[in-house]
Design a protein around this ligand. Structure first.
Ligand SMILES: Cc1cc2nc3c(=O)[nH]c(=O)nc-3n(C[C@H](O)[C@H](O)[C@H](O)COP(=O)(O)O)c2cc1C
Length: 197
């Protein structure tokens, strides 16, 4: 028997990410986001959504600069990521308060948070507001990774990155789970006429 649940946009889990941009004075702003999704392979694009009806300094900074970075906090950085998602840059110097530092990105005019081991540099290509949130689609123009999360083939490893997963349903942070199967392979059992794993 199925039951209808309360309507909401976030069906957990989503990665917890931190978007960062420079404001009109060149100061780095950041906010924590769960509304995030990849949206194109070629060119590589992703979309974030920021609440336009609420006070969000990072939204203003992204719209002003046309660029931002997203970084992935790990499970040891839940406290920092949470504070950056609670306090506003209008009232707090959040990045400094959590003890983090920034460096200008290589390819866009946006700050990279040095303490986040995987950062994606994004150039805004489309903006649309639907309902409460402004959706910002951006082209990925550079990806920077700390070497210690890379495997022997130069691919970042989720086991080493240990990203922070957000569970909107219960408003908590989780760690990613174990590997279950190889994607784009395990399903081929049906092509071979086998039934399943
Ligand atoms: C786990 C988590 C996820 C969040 N996801 C979003 C989101 O997707 N979109 C959004 O507008 N705000 C989101 N927020 C809230 C913003 O991060 C928060 O309002 C922040 O204080 C905005 O800071 P700013 O004014 O410096 O930009 C989230 C907060 C947390 C803790």
């Amino acid at each position: 028997m199925k039951r209808s649940l309360k309507l909401r946009a976030v069906v957990s889990p989503t990665p917890t990410i931190i978007a960062a941009a420079y404001d009109e004075n060149g100061k780095a702003d950041a906010c924590t986001l769960a509304f995030y999704t990849p949206t194109s392979h070629v060119p590589p694009c992703l979309t974030i959504a920021i609440n336009a009806t609420a006070k969000r300094k990072t939204l203003k900074s992204i719209l002003h600069s046309g660029a931002f970075t997203i970084g992935y906090p790990n499970v040891d950085q839940a406290t920092e990521a949470d504070w950056i998602g609670i306090a506003s840059g209008y009232d707090h110097d959040k990045i400094a308060e959590v003890g983090w530092t920034t460096t200008k990105a290589e390819k866009v005019n946006a700050p990279v948070i040095n303490e986040l081991k995987l950062s994606i540099e994004c150039k805004v290509v489309n903006i649309v507001t639907i309902g409460s949130h402004t959706q910002i689609t951006a082209e990925v123009v550079n990806i920077q990774s700390d070497e210690d999360i890379l495997d022997e083939r130069g691919k970042y490893s989720l086991e080493k990155l240990r990203p922070l997963i957000y569970d909107e349903e219960k408003r908590r942070y989780l760690a990613a789970g174990e590997k279950v199967a190889d994607a784009f392979k395990v399903g081929l059992a049906f092509r071979r006429g086998e039934s399943r794993l």
